[in-house]
Design a protein around this ligand. Structure first.
Ligand code: T4K
Length: 403
């Protein structure tokens, strides 16, 4: 396959982009549009738009059955769900969390006056490193918020032991992990609670949306009240609450996404294996593994660039790809600890986050989802191969244009 065979044709040097339309990492997966529109009509016919409507209740029940969990409370988005879960669990003071995660994980804590204490990750799994947690616990620590990054489960058993031993609450940010499993059980059944995101860019979306799932009856009750201003019946407020309610339109999208979820996963899986085969042929770029013994949603194509072997840094490669309309992303660069307010407040933690720094400087996410097919993946990978093969000339010309 010949995509471009002259360096001067690269878009970064003024050539025409390979792709006319932009290829996004977060292309939304949309299920059967007619089914969705029929549901929208039903909403109007019922004249019930939000506040625990028919579709919200049906969607919650579907998630409970799918995950095998007692309670699902759907919310406006994953961030509000995290905030409410943290508050309902009574976390205060300091909470241990990874820095290598989306900023919402840290902000959900800080928004409530809790200081996230950043813990380094494991180089292979990209998840919080359980061996590093106990050294960060002090008398202000009240919990752990751990992200199942890329949908790959954390070391749940070890984290549960640490939480139990130190009397800490354990919350999982499962924003990436809907449809994934750990030791054969669906994610959503672990810790004190887990939080999903159904944002448009997730493989399963409700436009905006999220959910808290838990097996704890009391906690679920509290969360239901908190997401509805703290109302316990009409005119009676018993908690500080907020408005975290999912609307009927989002729940209608959720029910529609459920119908196509298996197809979305099958497409993501096929895309992942196509990428894997082609990426493995290129020196200096690797793709993360998913444990085939578990259920995975394969929603992120996560690669790591070894600058020495590839011949160019991850940052230069991202720039080159983006100019060709391949909107690759540097999730989650530069790590929460290097963003405000943490950057100013917690400079000292930088020294303990060596793996976070390394991985966040090397990771590159490539587009996938329903709109990406083998033909596109082949073009992307052949182009990356071309870049690698001509890396030293490209590097020289790139430096010249940046001077
Ligand atoms: N915890 C973790 C670990 C998370 O990853 C997230 C969210 C959360 C918590 C919080 O959950 P939510 O409150 O969001 O439910 C995106 C998403 O906005 C965010 O939901 C997601 N994580 C994060 C990983 O990715 P950005 O800043 O990268 O979004 P943006 O607008 O740049 O979109 C990403 C790509 O998708 C772009 O190339 C454009 C494309 N796109 C986007 C939208 C919205 C489309 O093609 N169509 C669309 O409709 O954060």
């Amino acid at each position: 396959m010949r995509i471009k065979d002259r360096i001067e044709d690269l878009s970064v040097f003024g050539g025409q982009p390979i792709f006319k339309g932009t290829l996004h990492v977060g292309f939304p997966n949309v299920g059967n549009k007619n089914h969705f529109l029929n549901r929208v009509n039903e909403i109007f016919n019922r004249n019930w738009l939000t506040n625990n409507g028919f579709f919200v209740q049906a969607f919650e029940k579907k998630i409970e059955d799918f995950v095998g969990v007692k309670h699902c409370i759907v919310m406006t988005n994953g961030t509000i769900a995290l905030e409410i879960a943290i508050k309902a669990l009574g976390m205060t003071g300091e909470v241990i969390a990874p820095s290598f995660t989306f900023i919402a994980t840290a902000h959900a804590l800080k928004w409530q006056g809790i200081n996230p204490v950043f813990c380094d990750i494991d180089e292979k799994t990209h998840n919080i490193n359980p061996d590093k947690i106990e050294g960060l616990i002090n008398d202000k620590t009240t919990g752990i918020v751990a992200t199942h990054l890329w949908g790959r489960p954390c070391e749940i058993d070890l984290l549960s032991d640490i939480a139990k031993k130190n009397n800490l609450k354990l919350l999982f940010d499962a924003a990436h992990a809907f449809g994934c499993s750990y030791k054969g059980k669906m994610i959503g059944r672990f810790g004190n609670a887990e939080v999903f995101s159904f944002h448009a860019t997730k493989f399963f979306n409700t436009f905006e949306g999220g959910a808290i799932v838990t097996n704890d009856d009391e906690l679920a009750k509290k969360i239901r009240l908190m997401k509805n201003f703290g109302f316990s019946g009409m005119d009676n407020v018993i908690y500080i609450g907020t408005n975290g309610k999912m609307s009927e339109i989002s729940a209608a999208m959720g029910l529609t996404s459920f119908e196509s979820m298996d197809d979305f996963i099958a497409i993501n899986k096929s895309n992942y294996y196509e990428y894997k085969q082609l990426i493995n042929e290129i020196d200096g770029i690797s793709i993360i593994d998913y444990n085939e013994k578990e259920k995975n949603n394969y929603q992120y194509i996560v690669t790591e660039i070894n600058e020495k072997k590839f011949g160019l840094s991850r940052n230069v490669l991202v720039d080159i790809l983006q100019k060709e309309n391949i909107r690759a992303r540097r999730y989650f660069y530069p790590g929460c600890h290097k963003m405000e307010p943490y950057k100013t407040e917690y400079n000292c933690f930088e020294h303990n986050l060596a793996i976070t720094e390394k991985i966040s400087n090397n990771v590159l996410i490539l587009p996938t989802g329903k709109l990406i097919n083998n033909n596109i993946i082949n073009k992307i990978c052949y182009f990356i191969k071309f870049i690698h093969q001509h890396s030293s000339e490209i590097s020289k010309s790139y430096l010249e244009i940046k001077e």
